[in-house]
Unconditional design. Structure first.
Length: 397
């Protein structure tokens, strides 16, 4: 670049204007470089935000899956217990004489194997003539309340949810799945899902006890259902917020801070009007220098400060989230490495034991061979000695 002291302008003012022109051009170059640097930083920040968002989204998606699975299980339990409660409310919910006759508003029809609404005078709609009210004459198949106890009696079989009279061939009153101790299906189906003790209804409890226990269980399940729905809603809101923040963070555009040179040829123009407007030109030059330099630099500095502060905040947040994910990954990886090291030690111990066994076997083989060779050598020496003694005796004779 040409120094202002070596300018080709014909006047000192023209030389100064040439320097301003050069300064303006340098500022334009600096502003362009600044924009490029900001774009690079923005790209780096976008990448970090995307990585952090991926980890966070994956974690929250898994939390939502677990919460929804648990909610489905709770709602299934609610439906099951509500159905049990509805069945207890009506006489047709009883499937045995014992349970039926314990309810004062129900009667048992043995031939129909049905519990109907009625009283000591019989069923309300006279569905059967032979009925039992308040007690059962004897213990029949309908006495058994579970499949396992039903199959203990060879004269009974389990049909869907109650015990009926039948043989290994089947039962005339069963149209569904049939189980008999000597039949083709002699293993009871799963009678209940494993649940906490508070969630298990004893089949031999009275109806009032069953109702009280079911209502208590339903209250707990309703509360748990509400809590799960609230947790799912909060988790969904958190996921939406993270996605929105990620989208906003990756869509930030760098403001164009490039300052275009507006003073090309200023030196020549100043030379032409120098004689007529020297005083105005001096004032204009000062104003131009002050305004162009100070304003441009201040604006650039302000933009740099604002952009830097904003980027620092975003980067700090991104790093914090990323560090949490990294800590979580390191914990899992460390646990897996410990398991692998333990497996390797077990394999190495097994290998060493095999090596020691092989070495012991080889040593034993070597010892046997040495003993055999020694015995052969001793026998040969003895034979040689005896032959020598015989030869000496012959020579003496």
């Amino acid at each position: 670049q040409t120094s202002i002291y070596q300018s080709d302008q014909s006047t000192s003012k023209g030389t100064l204007a040439n320097g301003i022109e050069e300064l303006d051009s340098n500022l334009s170059d600096v502003s362009g470089q600044t924009k490029d640097s900001l774009e690079i930083l923005n790209d780096q920040e976008s990448s970090e935000i995307e990585i952090t968002d991926t980890f966070a989204t994956s974690t929250i998606d898994y939390q939502l899956y677990e919460l929804n699975s648990l909610l489905d299980s709770v709602q299934a339990d609610i439906d099951d217990f509500e159905a049990q409660l509805d069945a207890i409310e009506d006489c047709d919910g009883y499937h045995s004489c014992t349970d039926c006759t314990m309810d004062a508003k129900c009667v048992w029809c043995p031939s129909e194997k049905a519990c109907l609404a009625g009283d000591e005078t019989g069923p309300e709609d006279n569905e059967c003539e032979n009925f039992k009210y308040g007690e059962c004459d004897s213990v029949g198949c309908d006495f058994y309340n579970t499949c396992s106890t039903c199959l203990l009696d060879p004269e009974c079989g389990w049909c869907e949810n109650y015990c009926v009279s039948g043989t290994s061939e089947g039962s005339s009153i069963c149209t569904g799945d049939y189980y008999h101790v000597y039949g083709a299906s002699n293993v009871c189906p799963k009678e209940s899902v494993s649940k906490p003790n508070d969630f298990v209804i004893d089949l031999f409890e009275s109806n009032s006890e069953k109702k009280e226990k079911i209502n208590f269980i339903l209250e707990r399940l309703y509360s748990l259902e509400d809590s799960l729905e609230e947790s799912i809603e909060e988790t969904n809101n958190k996921l939406a917020s993270i996605n929105q923040q990620s989208q906003e963070g990756t869509s930030i555009e760098v403001t164009d801070t490039t300052v275009k040179s507006q003073n090309d040829g200023l030196g020549d123009q100043v030379d032409e009007i120098y004689e007529e407007e020297i005083n105005d030109e001096r004032a204009w030059q000062k104003e131009l220098a002050d305004n162009t330099t100070a304003t441009t630099v201040d604006e650039i500095n302000q933009l740099l400060i604002e952009s830097e502060n904003e980027m620092n905040e975003n980067v700090d947040e991104s790093y914090a989230l990323l560090e949490e994910e990294i800590d979580w990954l390191e914990g899992n990886i460390t646990a897996e490495i410990d398991e692998l090291e333990q497996e390797f030690e077990e394999i190495e111990d097994g290998y060493n034991e095999d090596q020691e066994a092989q070495e012991a076997e080889a040593a034993a083989t070597t010892t046997d061979t040495t003993t055999t060779d020694s015995s052969t050598t001793d026998q040969a020496s003895t034979e040689t000695s005896e032959a020598g003694d015989a030869e000496t005796t012959e020579e003496a004779s």
